[in-house]
Design a protein around this ligand. Sequence first.
Ligand code: PLP
Length: 381
Amino acid sequence: MKFGTKAIHAGQKADPSTGAVMTPIFQTSTYKQSSPGDFKGYEYSRTGNPTRNALEQNLAALENGKFGICFGSGLAAIDAIIKLLKPGDEVISTNDLYGGTYRIFNEIFEPFGIKFHFVGMDDTDIIESLINKNTQMLWTETPTNPMLNIIDIKKLSRISKSKNLILVVDNTFATPYLQRPLDLGADIVMHSLTKYMGGHSDVVMGAAICKDNNLAQKLYDIQNSCGAVPGPQDSFLVLRGIKTLHLRMQRHCENGSIIANFLKNHPKVEDVYWPGFETHPNHEVAKSQMDGFGGIISFNLRGNKLEDAIKLVSNTQYFTLAESLGGVESLICHPSSMTHAAIPKEEREKTGVVDSLIRLSVGVEDIDDLISDLNTTFDLL
Ligand SMILES: Cc1ncc(COP(=O)(O)O)c(C=O)c1O
């Protein structure tokens, strides 16, 4: 199956009992057994639920993996993946990553004895210099949130394979429509399904996807033992959202490209971060590992004044001021006071998250309305 066909069909078949075309929402916690231990594949919905399983199989197919494991949020997926480790282990992570990921690493897992190193992952020498006998995992996001840096997944996978490490890629921004990290040598793909995969800003969910049997069994074990599972209704919503992932992503990319170029030529804008620009430092890597550049764009303002950024994000009409991204509607956000407030100012400024940085999640509305919204709001500055 090609991508669009997989998005619609993988893991899903008409319900055998009724013929229902859409996967039913199996809103049940438990399943009848005819005698103890004799059941039809499902015994308890934390362990397995048919609606969730359909989604898990669909995700595995889209990422060219074998196993999908769903969790109650992206962070619950991250939590499960880090629980593959033990006290004393070390993780080398990109330093430009979602604030909540930084927080769970530092505030939750560091006290349990897992050590995290945050580095710019462009520089493989730095990564290699940090690897020691305790290093177990490389963690990266690409494109990164919110600076849209691109990390070369193949390069990281060469390091991880030679040192026997687990390479995890947070593929939330790109989605498997634009980038398939397992094909590039990653061991685990992680998603906040809350974003593009769900696509309609109506559900919070996460997933891990892998090919390796052993890793998958450990992750299923953590899913069942720790219990951060999503419900069947939410699983249904994500399955339904994914059916249009390819169509939505095409439009996100088209609109994203027009808005990125509009911002680049705007006199009140200083820098625009979007991997589709030839001048983007990692444009060549983006071209080689992605099939498009996406609809997330960050930019900062001439003069870098906090009050200008606040005015801009508070006055747009179609770009709604809100956390999150990847829904059909356009969103605008101020990372330093919202999504990345958990990262200390000095740390975030080192990676470019300055006071006037603004992040757009360009939706699939009509582009003329989006441009006119931005033009009108810039005129207020
Ligand atoms: C790149 C990235 N990873 C992980 C997460 C966490 O996902 P969730 O909010 O579904 O827990 C987010 C949320 O914004 C994100 O942007």
